[in-house]
Design a protein around this ligand. Structure first.
Ligand code: ZN
Ligand code: ZN
Length: 217
């Protein structure tokens, strides 16, 4: 898997570009995100946008990217209805309106999204893991060959966890969701905000689980 990260502006989420054709989260500051993306890949080459969850700081630029690329938009089915909701998407908190179209693809968890082949000719996938907590439809995406986890706002580096006090949160499910992540072998943790962890991210996930047990008993 080839991966590039776009550094966020303001409150944008991190944006990850996979194999120069798939984008994980979009940020929300179009006049920063679109030129940054174009330095990595011509927009018309983008085939798929995967949103880790509905929040505007992750989904705000999806509409602008879709318009210029013809890509498909995907998200977990439980978060899909909130994409166009000014309030529940969090758009109003950033002084904006939600303008995200309804997704082309919805996940329920367990899907394997093909992303191409590695240098040994093996097929590679992003595995969709449903991790409700921060929102009811949060997902993490796991790439098994490189042991990389894209964790959205479920867990962050150094044992951080996402807030679970939004109207569309499921705090009672957060610890079980993070527990699912502890079953994976994770080398690289690519969270929705802050620095990625490179090399043995399992310790960070274990810390996140302890944190969640404390905050969401
Ligand atoms: Zn976020
Ligand atoms: Zn969020």
């Amino acid at each position: 898997m080839e991966m590039e990260m776009i550094m966020p502006a303001y409150y944008d989420s991190n944006i990850y570009v996979i194999n120069k054709k798939i984008i994980i989260d979009t940020g929300m500051t179009a006049d920063h995100v679109l030129p940054s993306l174009e330095k990595i890949v011509p927009l018309e080459n983008i085939e798929l946008i995967i949103l880790t969850h509905t929040h505007y700081d992750h989904s705000g630029c999806a509409g602008a990217i879709l318009e210029k690329s013809g890509a498909k938009l995907s998200i977990h089915e439980a978060d899909a209805p909130f994409l166009s909701d000014d309030n529940l998407s969090g758009a109003l908190n950033f002084g904006s309106r939600a303008a995200c179209p309804f997704p082309d693809i919805v996940y329920s968890g367990g899907e394997r999204i093909p992303i191409g082949r590695n240098s040994d000719g093996e097929d590679e996938y992003l595995e969709v893991i449903h991790t409700p907590g921060h929102t009811v439809g949060c997902i993490c995406l796991y790439e098994r060959n490189s042991k990389t986890l894209f964790s959205g706002d479920t867990v962050f580096s150094e044992g951080g966890i996402g807030r679970s006090d939004f109207k569309i949160s499921a705090p009672e499910k957060m610890t079980d969701s993070i527990d699912k992540l502890t079953k994976l072998d994770i080398e690289n943790l690519c969270p929705g905000h802050g620095r990625p962890t490179v090399g043995d991210a399992n310790a960070s996930i274990a810390l996140s689980k302890m944190m969640s047990e404390r905050l969401n008993p």
